[in-house]
Every structure is written in structure tokens, then in C-alpha cells.
Design a protein around this ligand. Structure first.
Ligand code: NAD
Length: 290
């Protein structure tokens, strides 16, 4: 069994980006600049945004964090987005999800200019991805593709089962893995909460991408020997032995699944760090496109 080490791989990618940034600076070119908008003070969101800003520092990017109160109106948020769209200093920006309930998430994501949409959530970029045109790929699926490629996990002709059909993970994952290409050419089954007899489907899978957000959902009896497991889930589970009072759990029961797996991502240290590395990669692309 091989651990698909997202921590190490993302660190390699960040090293490559840092070299590219140093080269840009040497040539007197613009330093990539990522901005993030955080609305409210949700603990997990603050952690994620903090990690993204820290990663920018690490590779030599400029970063700007806009922290807005939880009662920010939709109109005020849209105004901030417009400012970032029009600010030539900012190469790309993200709006950390989830947003407070009084704000229409779709409207907000549509307001981000596609050329600065380094999360790859705008319909223009989703459409380009589906048509196999160059674009910003959504960071989490992009990170998974990169991990599979760097560990040389064969996907061509394989049965891939994606669990979860969200717009940011499951759906784009199913599109990317079914496309032609080095990491792709797979036969993909996209499953979700209405799927019947999921166990029979996962038992046939060569590769499983679990992205449903239910802690330790996928168990050893649901997979076959030699399977590749990509665990996207991050759920906070109460744990009195931890100082924080919680631990992070994936969607996969590592203890029962890993003995049957050829490749598996751990949680934490798998898909999570890859997501951040690919966000940086998209920002570098946004900057160099100018
Ligand atoms: P979501 O909540 O938007 O969607 C969950 C999906 O799971 C839905 O499509 C639903 O149909 C499906 N589902 C729910 N119950 C199911 C069941 N019993 N059987 C089969 N399918 C079922 O999820 P999301 O935003 O894609 O996030 C999924 C998980 O991944 C969460 O834990 C989230 O925190 C995590 N996540 C991690 C990263 C990362 O960087 N590692 C990035 C994004 C999301």
C-alpha cells in the first residue's frame, strides 16, 4: 500500500512555484497577487483562508485578506468583488465558502470576473473545463488529478466511482477523469445521496473518490482488493483527547480500507494540502496570462 502524500507533493509544487516567482521578480515582472474574501468568522473557514494566505507568503506571492462581518449585505459583498475585479494589482481572488445564509452564493460566484476566478467556479470556466479548453480548473479536483499523475496511478480504462456530486468536487472530478488524456480516459460512475445499492457499485471500483462529507462512511467491506482511494472529506468529529476538542475525519474509514488499497490518501495530509497548492498554481497562471 502506497500513501498518496499530499503534504509532500504540495510542498514540491510550492517549491516549483517559488522558483517561478523568483524568476518573475528577477525579470522585473509583476509578483502574483491573490486576494481572499472571508465573510463571518466560521472556525473552519478561518483556518482554510489562513492556510491560503500563509501559502502565498511561502511562495513569494502578494496576498490580501478581506475580512467582512457576518452581517455584511449581499450588495456590500458584490461591491467588494467589483473592486477586486477592477483592481489591476490583483491577479486572482476567491470568496471563501460557505457564505452566510442571507447571501446568494450563485450570484456571488457569477460576479467574480472569469479571468480572476482562480477557484474555477464561474460558469464560463466550468464550461471551458467541460469542453477541454484551457482554463482554471477547480482546485480540489485539479489537486487530485495532479496527485494521480505524480504517483503514476493508471486511470485509463479504469472503473472510477465518485461519491458526491457537488459543483466544487464530485461533478468536476467526474468530468475530468472521463476526459481524454494522461490522467483521464476512465469509465466514471457519479454517485450521490439517491444512488441505490452504492456498496455493489463501489465494490467494482478500481478508483474511488469519496467526497460526501460523512465521516468514515466508506468501509473495508465496500471496496475490492487493489483499489485506489482518494478521500476528500474533512469533517470535525468531537474528540475530548484533543486540545481543540475535535479531530479531522475523512469520508473513508482508513483502518478497514487501507489494508485492501494499493494507493490511498490520508486525512489530514492528502487532498487538503493539494487544494491549496493548485490555487497557487491557478494564481500564477492568472498573473502570467496578463
Ligand atoms: P456537498 O455537501 O456539497 O455535497 C455532498 C454530496 O454527497 C452530495 O452530492 C450528496 O448527494 C452526496 N451524498 C450525501 N450523502 C450521501 C450518501 N449517503 N451516499 C452517497 N452520496 C451522498 O459536499 P462537498 O462540498 O463536495 O464536500 C464534501 C466533503 O469534502 C466535505 O467533507 C468537505 O469538507 C470536503 N472538502 C474537502 C476539500 C479539500 O480540500 N480536502 C475541498 C472541498 C470539500
Amino acid at each position: 500500500m502506497t500513501i498518496l502524500d499530499g503534504k509532500k507533493t504540495s510542498s514540491d509544487i510550492k517549491g516549483e512555484i517559488a522558483i517561478a516567482v523568483a524568476e518573475l521578480k528577477k525579470q522585473g515582472k509583476k509578483t502574483p497577487h491573490l486576494a481572499a474574501i472571508l465573510v463571518g468568522s466560521d472556525g473552519a473557514s478561518m483556518t482554510y483562508v489562513g492556510a491560503k494566505v500563509k501559502a502565498c507568503d511561502l511562495v513569494g506571492f502578494e496576498s490580501t485578506l478581506l475580512e467582512l462581518p457576518a452581517d455584511t449585505t449581499e450588495e456590500a459583498l458584490l461591491l467588494q468583488i467589483e473592486n477586486l475585479n477592477n483592481n489591476p494589482e490583483i491577479d486572482g481572488f476567491i470568496v471563501q465558502l460557505p457564505l452566510p445564509k442571507h447571501i446568494d452564493e450563485q450570484k456571488v460566484l457569477m460576479a467574480v470576473h472569469p479571468d480572476k476566478d482562480v477557484d474555477g467556479f464561474h460558469p464560463t470556466n466550468v464550461g471551458k473545463m467541460a469542453l477541454e479548453l484551457p482554463t482554471f480548473l477547480p482546485a480540489t479536483p485539479y489537486g487530485i488529478m495532479e496527485l494521480l499523475e505524480r504517483y503514476k496511478v493508471e486511470t485509463s480504462g479504469k472503473n472510477v466511482v465518485v461519491i458526491g456530486r457537488s459543483h466544487i468536487v464530485g461533478r468536476p472530478m467526474s468530468i475530468l477523469l472521463s476526459q481524454k488524456g494522461a490522467v483521464g480516459d476512465a469509465t466514471v460512475t457519479l454517485t450521490h445521496s439517491r444512488t441505490k445499492n452504492l456498496k455493489a457499485i463501489t465494490q467494482e471500483a478500481d478508483i474511488i473518490v469519496a467526497a460526501l462529507g460523512i465521516a468514515e462512511f466508506l468501509t473495508g467491506d465496500m471496496v475490492k482488493e487493489g483499489v485506489t482511494i482518494i478521500d476528500v472529506g474533512i469533517t470535525r468529529v468531537a474528540d475530548a483527547t484533543k486540545k481543540s476538542g475535535f479531530r479531522l475525519a475523512g469520508d473513508v474509514d482508513f483502518a478497514s480500507v487501507s489494508p485492501k488499497a494499493d494507493f490511498i490518501t490520508p486525512v489530514p495530509g492528502g487532498v487538503g494540502p493539494m487544494t491549496i497548492a493548485m490555487l497557487l498554481k491557478n494564481t500564477l497562471l492568472a498573473c502570467s496570462r496578463k
